[in-house]
Design a protein around this ligand. Structure first.
Ligand code: MG
Length: 399
């Protein structure tokens, strides 16, 4: 059991509450707390230096009657007013000619359209409605399609009471993988697709990540991180091949007057394999990130120099060692700690008690660094600190 797991952090004020507790390395407010970085993790567990998540003001959910609002950082591709961000896929890419009315666009017999903007990995939101008047069956009923990067079709089809081949239903990865569930609303009603798309990644012509697509239909999971097998197509087996970095979003004209509204996406951060700096990384990327973090901390440590209060600077130098071992820094810490302890020991009897908590904290930091082999077990100031604590009776509970 971790007794610190409920510790509160006053993050907003930048002040950390610390809980001194004999026998434990340090409190949750300390950088010397959770397991340190290792060869594939550039961050410690509960690392204070790990970047905070980006703040995004969320939007609102849609109802069949009313489109919701996109989150604040979404790139809006269609807000119901015009097709300024769309063009025809026909030669020369003339302006898109689909009908725009009452907050939606509707397929007219003018061919596929695509976004002028190109993008790759994304969270994509699309709402669409099959025609209210049911005509045709199977693939002939309310057919359209959402082509990610213009290459991978997430099928749009009026699959409500409409049998067709399984890998051609609404929310199938067309010709590759049927949806896990058919969660469609009746014809004429707006449906909501929320898609997470990761394109395939090749390095030196070798596939290193097939790419994936996840699809929710009206909040129901339809594709669960389905691996891509390449561009999708009709009748032909998909075959893996390198994708460009970015591509347009294409909407299909399959001859049915399907409607679309509220289309937006959010770009996704790079995966570790393409230079992302969080999560589980390669040894090489982890080392680079750890070095970078250590360098930033050392720059800060140097700025904290204060002979009358050396502790903040000393702790910062030690913190840097968690990310990157450095003999010169360890020696600097050894010297600083020795001088610090000397100063404490030289204090008159009525003043030395004021250093109790500081020295105990220093002791817990040494224990942490020694436990994780960041400093050697025989690190001299650690033993001297223990000696001082014992001598002053600071290892005992206060009366
Ligand atoms: Mg289609």
């Amino acid at each position: 059991m971790n007794i610190f797991k409920d510790s509160k952090i006053l993050a907003s004020s930048g002040v950390f509450l610390t809980f001194a507790c004999a026998g434990f390395a340090a409190s949750s407010g300390s950088p010397f707390y959770g397991d340190p970085p290792d060869k594939n993790h550039p961050w410690a567990v509960h690392d204070q230096n790990r970047p905070q998540p980006k703040i995004v003001t969320p939007g609102t959910f849609s109802t069949p009657e009313q489109a919701g609002k996109p989150p604040a950082d979404a790139r809006v591709l269609f807000d119901g007013t015009d097709l300024a961000k769309w063009e025809s896929t026909k030669e020369g890419n003339p302006p898109a000619k689909w009908l725009v009315k009452d907050g939606y666009m509707e397929v007219t017999a003018t061919g596929d359209i695509r976004t002028t903007e190109k993008f790759g990995d994304c969270q994509l939101h699309v709402e669409w409605a099959p025609p209210g008047e049911v005509k045709g069956d199977s693939q002939g009923r309310g057919n359209s399609g959402i082509f990610l990067m213009g290459l991978v079709e997430v099928q749009v089809l009026d699959s409500y009471n409409n049998l067709t081949y399984a890998d051609g239903h609404a929310a199938s990865v067309y010709g590759v993988n049927p949806p896990l569930a058919n969660a469609l609303r009746p014809p004429g009603t707006f449906q909501v697709y929320d898609i997470v798309f990761r394109r395939p990644i090749y390095k030196n012509n070798q596939l290193v990540d097939p790419g994936y697509v996840t699809v929710f239909v009206n909040g129901v999971l339809a594709q669960d991180h389905t691996p891509l097998e390449g561009p999708t197509g009709h009748m032909g087996r998909s075959r893996s091949r390198p994708f460009p970095e970015k591509g347009p979003l294409v909407l299909q004209d399959h001859g049915n007057p399907t409607r679309f509204r509220n289309i937006w996406y959010r770009e996704l951060p790079p995966r570790a394999i393409e230079g992302g700096t969080d999560g589980m990384l390669t040894e090489e990327a982890t080392t680079a990130k750890r070095q970078q973090t250590a360098a930033a901390i050392r720059l800060d440590a140097a700025s904290l120099k204060n002979p009358s209060n050396p502790m903040p600077e000393m702790l910062r130098w030690m913190e840097s060692l968690v990310y990157e071992k450095d003999e010169a820094v360890a020696q600097k810490v050894e010297k600083m700690a020795a001088a610090y302890l000397e100063g404490v020991i030289a204090l008159p009897a009525d003043k030395i008690g004021s250093k109790r908590d500081e020295v105990r904290h220093l002791s817990s930091v040494f224990k942490y660094l020694i436990r994780f082999k960041i400093l050697p077990a025989e690190f001299a100031p650690a033993a001297a600190t223990e000696e001082l604590i014992k001598k002053q009776g600071w290892d005992k509970r206060r009366p």
